[in-house]
Design a protein around this ligand. Sequence first.
Ligand SMILES: Cc1ncc(COP(=O)(O)O)c(C=O)c1O
Length: 469
Amino acid sequence: MIDQTTDARKHDDPYRTYLREDQIPTAWYNLRADMPEKPEPMRLPDGRVATVDDIAPVFARALCEQELDDDTPFFDIPEPVLEMYKVYRPSPLCRAYNLERALDTPARIYYKFEGNNTSGSHKLNSALAQAYYAYAEGITNITTETGAGQWGTALSEAAAHFGLDLDVFMVKCSFEQKPFRRSVMQTFGASITPSPSDTTEAGRKILGADPGCTGSLGTAISEAVERALNVPGNKGRYQLGSVLNQVVLHQSVIGLESYEAMRELGEYPDVVIGCCGGGSNFGGLIAPFMRDKILGTHPDTRFVGVEPASCPSLTRGVYAYDFADTGQTCPLCKMYTLGNGFIPSPDHAGGLRYHGMSPIVSKLYHDGYMEAVAVKQTDVFGAAEKFAKLETILPAPESSHAILQAIREAERCRETGEAKTILFGLTGTGYFDMVAYDKYNKGELEDHEPTDEELQRGLDTIPHIPGIQ
Ligand SMILES: Cc1ncc(COP(=O)(O)O)c(C=O)c1O
């Protein structure tokens, strides 16, 4: 490891490393191919392992094939997707010199910044892929859910590009709190319905049980799937912005670019950190580095997933088969889950408020390849503001979970004197989260950690599947 002196920080290396356009990866990397034990297979509610034909009515067929393929290491990125990647990628790998100086740490801190597109986040990497495959298969209508709004915005951009009609079910409390997110999606031509709504069977059922329900990602997913299945002529499909294996696959572009940029700098991370909602940015960022750990070329790299203490699926959930949605209409994934009926507190890191976790990330965690920590949102906003002042990017609250952990790792290096290399994912910008920043500045932001009883109520909704669990 390099001895980090003050001089070494006089930017021998650039603040920002941009790869050339022709260095954008031309294939996504499927980490499952190198995992010694594969994630558990997706199952139908009767316990049967799902096949491509089973899930093809819901997702575009090419995406179903990617979803269920544990063996193919690389999937070529289709040319029309690659062309659009060139519009906003490669994304920069940034050296946080100012943050390092402020922390007086010998650590070298790098972050991969994915906020440089209108959706303001990494979500566009998968949205373009998913919209393209639907378009290529003659699908005319796609549907989705959105919580904080980044995924809905990204898919609106992608749908507009490929000429698809898009229906977005937006979690009702976000719909009301974030009118401008709505406006961006509408600008791209998407229709937005607050969820739960009376426009679907699932929504009516949820409202029947709780007329004041402000919604969750789980409720919005149920409505979006139902809407897709009811498009006449089998021309509708549903698309999901996280959790699924296909999404982690598409997000590997983040890790592959980071890997190449670090190679050019002669660097390799000692620790890789990402925020975890459904696990897609984290799974994508770590993919090539985790391959090295699995194959034994870099066995000591640490991987840390950071989740909100208000929705702690990895740190306080159980590893079990569960539905992806509250309406219990989707197939079952084996994952760390708080139960499909778990409704998190209205925490401002909306994109991290999901009851489950990617089956790939869950398996890696279960098998001891990575660590997880849960952090409080007041600490997260403290880290976000520090970062904004030093690095001139106003980070998304979700991304700021990773910032907080990177700061904690760097502070530990200050105590031990170790010059570790830290890499974290800065998934997006926070310009639509000013209500939350405002509350933090006024001292009105509160931390909420579910009690054991609250957690138990969610865990009780995990299904019993005869012969499986
Ligand atoms: C900016 C940002 N970061 C992170 C996430 C979390 O999603 P994932 O865990 O799938 O990367 C979201 C989700 O909405 C997001 O908007």
